[in-house]
Design a protein around this ligand. Structure first.
Ligand code: CO
Ligand code: ZN
Length: 327
């Protein structure tokens, strides 16, 4: 899966501008699904139909990534910006960003900023090498993503946008390996998770599933001085119990645990104190959709260098295949 993970993580696709990443994913799923369509808000849906009398299951991974958006350009051509999704000032300093038109920018800090005080986004600016507002190659409203190359180092995979291209990779591989199933499975590659969860929410309304499962990253408690959390890299995918926006439906949680045990995949239970996934929005659609989430443990979420473990990714695919083929 390394080759596809590299291609997915290195592709441009901030929330709201998912056209390029959607094309990459579409090329992967087109030959594997019975039907592929795009929702009005841009989410890609690949459907695996079945002749059986199973359930209609929606599985979702978001294809958008965090980024920055130009909010102002000064007379010397320096840019001020707003975050797209959860962008934290201390993860931005000295980062490089890439705009859709190929322009590279460097994020820098105002020299007068007090080094003893926490930074704010307002103290940062982007330098694209321009000398004036007139020769600046980007405009207000243009969006950029963080850039870093993909690296595989032993079992650890390092890249920007593992959140949630790793989930997209898991869904693509699950679709590839999923044999006969009594269920009708809708693989949703959603838009705008990092800002409003609107892509998955509206796709869920269209599909009207019996249950919904998100595949996304979660934090870990295994780094120096980290806040205690019973999730570690390399100990298997994590079954979500709760995050800051949702409680996973107990039956969906049990389905994922049973699938992990049946597939012989080690797993962890996840209680995430900060953050959420598409599942939070999917469970509130129509009369309510029992929803849960299978998480890939990930260090340094929402930084330009997110790290996952290849065995956890492989384990997640095996759990999803097992869960989806069950009657
Ligand atoms: Co995220
Ligand atoms: Zn995510």
């Amino acid at each position: 899966m390394r080759e596809i993970i590299q291609r997915l993580t290195e592709t441009y696709g901030p929330s709201g501008l998912e056209e390029r990443i959607r094309a990459v994913i579409r090329a992967e799923v087109e030959g594997l699904a019975d039907e592929v369509w795009v929702t009005p808000l841009g989410s890609l849906v690949a459907v695996r139909r079945s002749g059986g009398d199973g359930r209609r299951i929606l599985v979702a991974a978001h294809m958008d990534e965090i980024g920055v958006m130009v909010s102002h350009i000064d007379e010397k051509g320096f840019l001020r910006f707003a975050g797209i999704g959860g962008v934290f000032p201390r993860n931005c300093v000295a980062a490089r960003v890439l705009f859709e038109n190929g322009t590279t920018g460097v994020i820098a800090v105002e020299q007068k900023a007090d080094p003893d005080k926490p930074l704010t986004l307002q103290q940062l600016y982007i330098d694209v090498g321009a000398t004036s507002r007139e020769d600046c190659p980007v405009r207000v409203g243009d969006a950029a993503v963080f850039v870093r190359p993909f690296v595989a180092q032993g079992r650890r995979l390092i890249a920007k946008a593992m959140d949630d291209r790793i989930g997209c990779a898991v869904l693509i591989e699950t679709l590839r390996r999923l044999g006969a199933t009594p269920n009708e499975v809708h693989f949703v590659f959603s838009t705008q998770e990092e800002v409003t969860l609107a892509g998955a929410q509206t796709a869920t309304y269209s599909i009207d599933p019996d249950i919904a499962i998100a595949v996304d990253v979660t934090g870990t408690g295994d780094t120096p001085e980290s806040r205690p959390m019973a999730v570690e890299l390399g100990k298997g995918p994590a079954v979500k119990v709760q995050d800051s926006w949702m409680i996973a439906h107990p039956r969906v949680r049990e389905l994922l645990v049973a699938a992990a045990e049946a597939a012989g995949v080690p797993y962890q239970m996840e209680v995430l104190e900060r953050g959420t996934t598409d599942a939070a929005a999917m469970q509130t659609v129509r009369a309510g959709v029992p929803s849960g989430c299978l998480s890939i443990p990930c260090r340094y979420v929402h930084t330009p260098s997110e790290i996952v473990d290849e065995e956890d990714v492989e384990g997640a695919v095996r759990v999803m295949v097992e869960a989806l083929k069950k009657a």
